[in-house]
Design a protein around this ligand. Sequence first.
Ligand SMILES: [Mg+2]
Length: 369
Amino acid sequence: MAPTIRDIKVICTAPEGINLVVVKVETSEPGLYGLGCATFAYRHLTVQHLIETYLRPLLIGKDVRNISDLWQLMHQNAYWRCGPIVNNAISGVDMALWDIKGKMANMPVYDLFGGKMRAGVPVYRHVDGADVDEICENIEKYRSIGVRHIRCQCGGYGGGGFGPAPEWAAKGAEPGVYLDSKKYMRDTLKLFDGIRAKEGFDIDLVHDVHERIHPTEAVTFVKEMEPYKLFFMEDVVPLEQVEWLDKIKQTSVTPLSQGELFNNPEAGAEPQYRLHARASEPGGRHHPGPQAADVLRTVRCAHLLARPRRYEPAGPCSQHPHRSGRSESGPAGVERHRTAQPRHPEAEGVRRRRLCLRQRQARPRCGSG
Ligand SMILES: [Mg+2]
C-alpha cells in the first residue's frame, strides 16, 4: 500500500539570527519522512501559520507519490495564487515530498530529475568591509581556502544600511536607509579600482547594487564598472523597472544578474530576466512555487545571463553567469565548470549525418529505365 501523509510539522529555527523554516512531512510508513525549506526570513511565522492551518489539513491522508497533483492542489486551493508567503509554504512541502520520493526510490533527487549535468557549480562568498584594506583582507581569507568568486560590498548592500537620517535628508526625516546614489557610485568605482590594484584580475568579483539607484544611473554605472571586469553585477534595477535591462545590455558587456524578487512567472518580467538563483530560491521565496523539479530545470537550463545566450547542452549553464571560453578548477564539487562549447562536435556530426540521410531519403530516385 502506498504511503500517505500522516503529519506535517513546521520547525522554526534561527541560527546566527536568521529565521529559517523547515517543513517535515511524515508518512504512514514508519521512519519515512521528508524535509523541505520554506524560509521567508522576514515573515517566517506567517509561513508557519499557513502550513499548519491550511496545508496540513489539506494534505493529511494523501498519497505521497502524487507530487504534481498535490502541488496543484496547494497552489489552487486558495483560489488567489502566488506571493512569497504561499510560495514558500508550498515549496517547503514540495521539497519534502521530493525528499520522500528520493528515499522511496533509493536515489538522490537529482537522479529523478534526469541525472547530473555537471560535477559542481561556482559559488560566491560575500565580503564586506569599511574600506579597501579590510575588504581585501577578507578576500584573502577566502582565496586562501580556494574560493574564486567573491561579492564585495562596502558598508552593506547598495552602499548603506539602516540608520539615522543624514544631514542632507529633509528636515524631520525619520531613520531609514538613505543613499546618496552619486556618492555611492563614485565610492564603488574607487573601491573596485583599489581591489583590482591589490588583488589583480585572477579572481572573479561580484557587486550587488541592491536596486538602489535610478535606472538612468544604472545605465552609466554598469558601463563605468566595465574596466573591473566583474563576474556579474547584481540587481542593478528594481523589479518594476526591469525593462531598463535591455538598454543596459546594449551599452555594456558587464554581466548582469537579476531576479531575486520575482515570484510569479506569469505576471512579471520576461523569462530572460530571471537570472539570479540562490540555493534558497527553489524554496520559493523568489520563484512562484513551480515544483522543485521545474525550478531546478530552470536553474539548470535557461536564461542565466542578461545578454542573449543560447542554452547549450554540452556547455555549462551554471548557477551564476560565467565567462565562456574559460576553464576553471577549484575545490572538488564546489567551483568547477567546463568551458562553454558552442555545440558538442560529436553531436554536431550526428546531426549533420541525420540531415544528410533525410535529404537523401527525400531526394527523388532516378529510375533505371
Ligand atoms: Mg541582491
